[in-house]
Design a protein around this ligand. Sequence first.
Ligand code: HAX
Length: 436
Amino acid sequence: MLVSDRIEAQLPGWRERVNRLRGSCGDFKVCDVTISQIYSGIRGVQIQVSDISHVDPYEGLRLRGYTVSELLKLLPKAPNSDMPLAGGLYYLLLCDELPTQAEADWVENEWKKRCLIPTYVFNVLRRLPKETHPMTLFSIGITALQRESVFAKAYESGLIKSDYWRYYLEDALNLTAKLPGLAAFIYNLKYQDGITLPASPTLDWSANFAHMIDRTGDPAYHDLCRLFFFLHSDHEGGNVSAHTAHLVSSALSDVYLSSAAGINGLAGPLHGLANQECLKWLLTVRDHFGGLPEQEDLRAYLWETLNNGGLIPGYGHGVLRTTDPRFTAQMEFARKNFPEDELIQLVELIYNTLPPILKEQGKVSNPWPNVDAINGALQYHFGVKEFDFYTVLFGVSRIMGLTAHAVWARALNKPIERPKSLTTEMLESMVVTCES
Ligand code: HAX
């Protein structure tokens, strides 16, 4: 198989690099951990390795070393579109090589062969109460699919450790293939007539999601899905969903179980759910002013929100210290395709108004917008107005990163994770020793 051959060819080199680091430099100290870091979410503690993606505070996301704007130029494009094929992106994440058009098409074709979802998964989801949150449905759908795991079956009948990754890769391709269909089924079940169109054999993975939920067939929405699924695929190893999926897969829980765990983390309001909060807030601002405000009025409104201790959704970030390039890419898409959209104009006006205010207030570490400042406004433009579905879209994309990490963790024989916890008393006695 194309992708497994590429990974296999690289493995000796990667294993040698890791073994050299662990062997001759194994005692080298990477960082110290302070008590304040322990009590503040192990923020900034360098305890993970991800060669798949990295977030630079000032440059933003790099996927396999490439920036967002580089990849928008370099990745093979979908037919009749200037947006990248998700198949090419997944090839890059898995194989650490920029794909040719044929290699991107190879992944897209594998996805087409593997995209059918067993009926029992749909039956499970249909039986849940109608008001169940779409992220819960998504997580349950992925967990139900675990019955299909080739790794879990092969492990039971006996597997050698060096072959684990091959089965993880099979699971990864099977699971990612089914995600647009699973997400479309959930959207149609919850918000439409419950009927999902079959995937089109002529459309790529991203556009097929659009096709399965959108009866209008708007090619611009196909392109937005291609852009959105590209931009949200990974964001290095330390965020809640990536970290959770990595931890769970370190116990050799298969790709279905570990991805569902990551998705449960993504469902939290401080992580993936933030995009629905951002759109709610944008609509509140628009309704407050009855449309697009004058900049001076908006400035006063933003100051008032902050002075009352309010949070401005879509601004700030745990790592970034600049405008998120994923925000910029989507802003450019909106400017090109529907510059007259009122909400998009509001997003832009806030972008031109808020950062100097946040800087003057001096509280936030990053006064610039993150990707969630615009995500919802774009979906809203195309009539996808069900806010609580937005995190499912994020999840469809993010599972590319989660599964690519899982395949490589097994390929490099990463062991089960087991950090050590301390008691408060132990910390107190360490401090006494240090103070005396
Ligand atoms: N509006 C108002 N105040 C903000 C703020 C914002 N957008 N962002 C941070 N602050 C405040 C914090 O509440 C904190 O105040 P206290 O000291 O009183 O607790 C202070 O500024 C310092 O926080 P920080 O160091 O700048 O930010 P953190 O690294 O702690 O948190 C967050 C990063 C993204 C969670 C934060 O900026 C936030 O809540 N932003 C708004 C929600 C949001 O946009 N979330 C989406 C994040 C993107 C993502 O990861 N999606 O998955």
